[in-house]
Design a protein around this ligand. Structure first.
Ligand code: ZN
Ligand code: ZN
Length: 264
């Protein structure tokens, strides 16, 4: 049985929470053999997140055996820290994902602003990106680091040596903070065609004892659970035997063997 802790029901604002819409996600979760689903809409829509509505649908007998969590994906910018603290205290979230989608004002992962990669040195882009991820981790605001190497989304990369140079300090910071890193399969559906993090990076995470969880970054019920089987196999190959889930901001460890058994 798989776990999916990165799910958008509102997508980019085009959908609304309703009993029927949430029901569709939960049905799909069952069909996809998920044992846990964690909603994590963007904090841009925090007013529209309805924790009670989701929990209400989840409590129906037909969804017995499916664990349903409600979290939030927060757009990290250093100057937003006080605001983020306020947002996280607002609702009884089970978990918070901290994600870097902006370098300053540049929303680098948005197709409309992709050309920004031509206007800057690639080493500088990566350096700035990872320094922001580091600040996000150090802020201690989040349970999970979202799509750790999202900066590769368009397939533009520095040399491995350079990337390692930026990543090394971050690995230590993450280990110290106890932050969980998600294996986000959304990258498989993007031009880079790789999970976040890459398998190479995942090996480094394992070597540093950094815990993982799983997320599809679904923006529609049809994307739910997508790529997670592959992600699980990769995690197992790398050496991981546990994954983290969350309830009311407390992490809970699940054996991967159990997660695997359900699908083999
Ligand atoms: Zn994101
Ligand atoms: Zn997301």
């Amino acid at each position: 049985m798989l776990i999916d802790y990165h799910v958008h029901a509102l997508a980019h604002g085009e959908y609304e929470y309703s009993l029927a819409w949430i029901e569709e996600y939960l049905r799909r979760a069952q069909a996809q053999n998920l044992s846990q689903i964690g909603f994590s809409d963007h904090d841009w829509f925090e007013d529209r997140i309805e924790v009670e509505l989701i929990k209400g649908v989840a409590a129906r007998p037909e969804f017995d055996g499916l664990m349903v969590r409600v979290g939030i994906e927060v757009d990290y910018k250093p100057e937003r820290e006080p605001e983020i603290r306020r947002i996280l205290a607002q609702k009884p979230y089970d978990f918070a994902i901290g994600s870097v989608h902006h370098l300053g004002e540049w929303m680098f992962d948005h197709p409309d602003y992709k050309d920004g990669f031509l206007e800057r040195e690639i080493e500088e882009i990566y350096q700035v990106y990872y320094s922001l991820v580091e600040r996000a981790v150090k802020s201690n605001l989040f349970d999970i680091v979202g799509h750790l190497d999202l900066i590769k989304v368009w397939g533009v990369k520095p040399t491995t040596r350079q990337e390692n140079y930026f990543l090394k300090p971050l690995l230590h910071v993450m280990r110290k903070a106890g932050t969980v890193v998600e294996i986000n399969t959304g990258g498989l559906r993007k031009p880079v065609r790789e999970m976040y993090p890459s398998e190479v990076l995942l090996r480094d995470l394992f070597a540093h004892n950094i815990p993982i969880t799983f997320g599809s970054d679904a923006h529609h019920p049809e994307e739910l659970g997508s790529g997670l089987y592959e992600a699980l196999q990769t995690a197992w190959r790398v050496g991981y035997r546990k994954a983290s889930g969350f309830a009311r901001r407390q992490s809970i460890s699940y054996p991967l063997s159990e997660i695997r058994r359900g699908i083999s």
